[in-house]
Design a protein around this ligand. Structure first.
Ligand code: M6R
Length: 610
């Protein structure tokens, strides 16, 4: 959701904050703002639009301060306009705050403030919190205590940073539900929602825990709970390189990330899968090995693209390990009082590791006594920390809002997990070896597909003005169809739906006419002939067929309008290859339509609110 950053140290704060905001802009990009503390004054600049728009209105004197905070917003309460942009101040204009999260009881607090004669100027829940802290400061005369007291009364989530003129050597950061990292440099500190805003200053960081706060001065910092109990957080090292969060010559992060998949997929199994004997070793799960072996049922919970990966995972685990699997939207799971037993294993899949719904599902499953595992990309993220054990995706930072490389890495990890559990239950060594060898061929096969990206660009150009699209696949390709449709709608704003191919005749077929492109995943696998029947049904109604087919399939060329071939592999691995052309299709359609591919409207990379 929003990105927040704060700096205290000997350097000019504003350039550091701006760089941080640019790097975190993928988290939210409808407005941006800065506050610096200078000569007993708060200097605030904020406006609707991008960080680049903010830069244009900065005052020259904002470039000589050593303390400040910044924010890039994804609106929850109130329109994205200048007034609602952060930072927000208390009523006296001495205390400023940036906030990521939702203050759920803000209406009750606002009432309390109004009764005390204090008004808010914006429609945001965040300003209510700033004014509340100011009111408490007036009573208590201590900013740290005022922040603690306010946060103890707040329901909801927050990652926040507070600065003030009342103590210009003090920066206070606190979190609950929204990520916050304290970077520890040489005589300087930078706090941010995301390590990308910190890495050019220091690799040494503390991931603040739930309900933890950092009280930071130029001379040092302390960490404690918001209830004022001292904590001793470990200093950790940021694991990625700066180059990984730069575009590296590609037009968009999404395109770069699509093209990174040969190596990111490989990173997902390197050191885990022995290609010679097919044995899988998932070190992160070793302490839960017995619980996993004894599991009677596996529940996978996730949102969005990660949920699509979970559906593929269901297929893989049931095939290879013969353990029943259920897949649940995390947002539904958390509220429906699910039946979860202590001998269930619950897996949470999340690229960001911060998705609020998935995190809540993790907590619910743990509360009910299940063993909870994480399959997460972002190292040190909340879900990674709150699960009993886990496997990192190792896809590297994913900046494009539309998830691509994280999806294929999720498939990579899920395949190995299915083998890992299968091997616990007697999966044959021959099958293990065969799968391992086919997995090891996938990076090269992904590269072969990417080398023909222009073929997909040509197809995309012809359909860039379509207003609807259907994506159809059977078996393990049904989730791939869902994912293809999601990619298209997210970044090109074309309405698209994914269905199991056989479901078309039960309703969606009514939509087919000469203007409807239908993308079939029609690879040569078990249900190929049945998919062909679906293609014929679309043709009979003059729909346009784009087929993702297996190399060497000559017949498909006679029935589809466009064919994009992918190399042959095992059917359980085929979703990895089939999803690549669909990512390219969505990307090129969006580019052709002039859409902002990396920052699509209304979306944000990590959804840390309900
Ligand atoms: O970070 P997560 O994997 O938990 O995120 C889940 C969804 O919000 C995410 O996959 C979303 O659907 C993406 N925009 C998909 O491209």
């Amino acid at each position: 959701m929003c990105g927040i950053v704060g700096y205290i140290g000997p350097q000019e704060a504003v350039p550091i904050l701006l760089t941080g905001l640019h790097r975190m802009e993928y988290r939210g990009y409808d407005s941006a703002g800065l506050c610096s503390v200078s000569n007993g004054q708060l200097i605030i600049s904020k406006r609707a639009g991008r960080v680049a728009d903010l830069e244009k209105v900065l005052e020259p004197n904002e470039h000589s301060v050593k303390l400040g905070i910044g924010h890039t917003r994804w609106a929850t309460h109130g329109l994205p306009n200048d007034v609602n942009a952060h930072p927000h101040t208390d009523a006296s204009g001495r205390i400023a705050l940036v906030h990521n999260g939702i203050i759920e009881n803000y209406l009750a607090i606002r009432k309390q403030l109004e009764n005390a004669g204090l008004q808010c100027k914006s429609d945001t829940d965040s300003e209510v919190l700033a004014v509340f802290i100011g009111m408490l400061y007036d009573k208590l005369g201590d900013l740290e205590l005022a922040v603690q007291t306010a946060l103890q009364e707040v329901d909801g989530t927050f990652g926040l940073v507070v600065v003030s003129t009342v103590d210009p050597d003090l920066l206070i950061a606190a979190r609950r539900g929204s990520p916050l990292i304290l970077g520890i440099g040489k005589d300087e500190y930078i706090v941010a929602s995301d390590a990308s805003a910190i890495i050019s200053h220091t690799r040494q960081v503390i991931y603040l825990a739930e309900n933890e706060m950092a009280v930071v001065r130029r001379s040092g910092y302390t960490t404690k709970t918001i209830a004022n109990v001292a904590t001793h957080s470990e200093i950790e090292e940021i694991a990625f390189e700066l180059s990984q969060i730069e575009r590296g010559g590609f037009a968009h992060f999404m395109l770069k990330e699509i093209h990174e998949q040969p190596s990111t997929f490989h990173d997902g199994y390197r050191g885990r899968l022995n290609i010679e004997d097919g044995k899988v070793r998932l070190g992160g799960l070793s302490k839960m090995q017995d619980r996993i072996r004894e599991a009677k049922r596996i529940i996978i919970t996730a949102c969005g693209t990660s949920w699509h990966a979970a559906l593929v995972g269901e297929y893989l685990i049931e095939q290879l390990a013969r353990i029943p699997v259920e897949v649940e939207y995390a947002s539904e799971f958390r509220y429906r009082d699910p039946i979860v037993n202590p001998d269930d294993v619950v897996i949470a899949i999340s690229q960001s590791g911060e998705t609020a719904d998935t995190l809540a599902a993790v907590r619910e499953a743990r509360r009910k006594g299940a063993t909870v595992l994480g399959m997460v990309n972002v190292v040190g993220s909340t879900i990674a920390r709150e699960t009993d054990a886990g496997v990192y995706l190792h896809a590297g930072p994913e900046i494009g809002v539309a998830s691509t490389k994280a999806f294929t890495s999720q498939l990579c990890v899920l395949t190995q997990f299915a083998m890992y559990v299968g091997q616990m239950h007697g999966m044959s060594p021959e099958l293990s070896r065969t799968i391992a060898q086919h997995i090891d061929a996938l990076p090269g096969q992904i590269q072969e597909i990417l080398d023909r990206a222009d073929e997909m660009r040509t197809i995309a150009k012809q359909y860039a003005r379509s207003t609807n699209a259907l994506y159809l696949g059977r078996g393990v390709h049904f989730p791939v169809a869902l994912e293809g449709a999601l990619k298209l709608k997210e970044i090109s704003y074309v309405h698209a739906e994914g269905y199991p191919a056989a479901e078309m005749k039960h309703g969606p077929i009514a939509l087919i006419d000469e203007n409807m492109p239908v993308v079939f995943i029609a690879t040569k696998e078990e249900l190929y002939d049945k998919v062909l029947s679906g293609i014929e049904e679309v043709r009979a109604r003059r729909g346009k067929v784009i087929a993702i087919a297996t190399e060497g399939d000559e017949h498909i060329k006679t029935v589809a309008d466009h064919v994009f071939t992918i190399p042959s592999t095992l059917s359980i691995l085929s979703p990895v290859l089939a999803s690549i052309p669909l990512q390219l299709l969505a990307y090129y359609v969006a580019v052709e339509r002039g859409c902002n591919v990396d920052m699509p409207r209304n979306l944000a990379k990590s959804v840390t609110v309900e």
